[in-house]
Design a protein around this ligand. Structure first.
Ligand SMILES: Nc1nc2c(ncn2[C@@H]2O[C@H](COP(=O)(O)OP(=O)(O)O)[C@@H](O)[C@H]2O)c(=O)[nH]1
Ligand SMILES: [Mg+2]
Length: 364
């Protein structure tokens, strides 16, 4: 599961990516610096893991992870092949969600493709390119599908009407993820490989000295997004500060943050929001050896979830003993939870839920 960091050149994508992954992808004042996308695995902060770890004092504590990908800057007319055009779009296509970085910092030493800082125009350029690319995909498929419908293929007519509905939405300037689709229609839409159907979040990259205030540019952006995409998370950060902070250890970080007048860095917010966008389910396994968070897609049944841990457990699956994390914490331990009737015995058909603490019984 991947979250793609997208945005115009010099928005601060690579700087943010470096901070997120503490790696050293080149961040340069050069529009097409990033060509092959860099990928990084990032630990997802989760308070639930923290409390379980406090309770069990295990030898090892393992959080889930999310992959962030630093995708090169998209430019105007990318959908027509401009800049590194279609290649970027094809990178975005492989992502499960997008984190759109928007430049809200002024710095005359750092070039801007439009020679002025206007977050709304920046955002519209990217949306426009993605929307155009999707219209292009749809138009070609609609022609093919129309032929299939004419020749009497009934299943294709459902697909056709979903495509036309989405195309209307795109022509009105909206992303496909804002198109009101039924559950059935959404299932069809997900097979169409559209860029703007992916979930989006927005990251306002503000100047170092504006990270703790709401600057004029930030407010402008926030008001625009509240109107355009009310559900999407908006996170304000200073990529530069985050990058500096990422080099520090925890104690140094705390001192530096205090000096700057912040309470917490923005990275955790970005990671959590990115993970949330992916709409995954997290379950936990606990014990003296290890407390661990696992990630599965929604609707995963118990044996398959067990297979994440080890293929033997999936193969020899007998049952899952499931306790809701809140109940486990309330009881203060597994034995007590069992005694209080909080632990359920679940079989092969059980769909693992977010926050389940699971013990798998198996036999091979
Ligand atoms: N002054 C200032 N410069 C920044 C900020 N964020 C990024 N930059 C600089 O802008 C340039 C481009 O940043 P980069 O992360 O490579 O942008 P990308 O093209 O979106 O990947 C680099 O020289 C960064 O140091 C910021 O918040 N303030
Ligand atoms: Mg870059």
């Amino acid at each position: 599961m991947k979250v793609g960091i997208i945005g115009l050149p010099n928005a601060g994508k690579s700087t943010l990516f470096n901070a997120l992954t503490k790696s050293n992808a080149p961040a340069e004042n050069f529009p097409f610096c990033t060509i092959e996308p860099n990928q990084g695995v990032v630990k997802v902060p989760d308070e639930r893991v923290d409390v379980l770890s406090q309770m069990y004092q295990p030898k090892k504590t393992t959080y889930t992870t999310v992959n962030f990908v630093d995708i090169a800057g998209l430019v105007k007319n990318a959908s027509k092949g401009e800049g590194l055009g279609n290649m970027f779009l094809s990178h975005i296509r492989q992502m499960n969600a997008c984190a759109h970085v928007i430049r809200c910092y002024e710095d005359e030493n750092i070039a801007h493709v439009l020679d002025k800082i206007d977050p709304i125009e920046d955002i519209e350029i990217i949306h426009y390119e993605l929307i155009l690319a999707d219209i292009d995909v749809l138009e070609r498929r609609i022609i093919k599908t129309q032929k299939a419908v004419k020749s009497g293929d009934k299943a294709q007519s459902d697909i056709l009407s979903v495509m036309e509905k989405i195309k209307d939405c795109l022509l009105n300037g909206n992303m496909a993820n804002k198109c009101a689709l039924t559950e059935e229609e959404t299932k069809i839409a997900e097979t169409l490989d559209l860029l703007t159907l992916k979930p989006f979040m927005y990251i306002a990259n503000v100047a170092e000295d504006e990270a703790h205030i709401d600057s004029e540019l930030f407010v402008k952006l926030r008001d625009y997004l509240k109107e355009y995409d009310p559900q999407a998370p908006i996170i304000k950060i200073s990529a530069k500060i985050e990058q500096e902070l990422s080099a520090f250890d925890e104690d140094e970080k705390a001192i530096y943050l205090k000096e700057l007048g912040f309470d917490s860095p923005g990275l955790d917010k970005i990671i959590s929001a990115g993970y949330k966008l992916l709409d995954l389910v997290t379950f936990f396994t606990v014990g003296q050896d290890e407390v661990k968070a696992w990630t599965i897609t929604k609707g995963t049944k118990a044996p398959k979830a067990a297979g994440k841990i080890h293929s033997d457990i999936e193969r020899g699956f007998i049952r899952a003993e499931v306790t809701d994390i809140d109940k486990l914490l309330e009881a203060g331990g597994e034995a007590k939870a069992r005694e209080m009737g909080y632990t359920r015995i679940e079989g092969k058909e059980y769909v693992v839920d977010d926050g389940d603490v699971v013990y798998f019984r198996f036999n091979v």
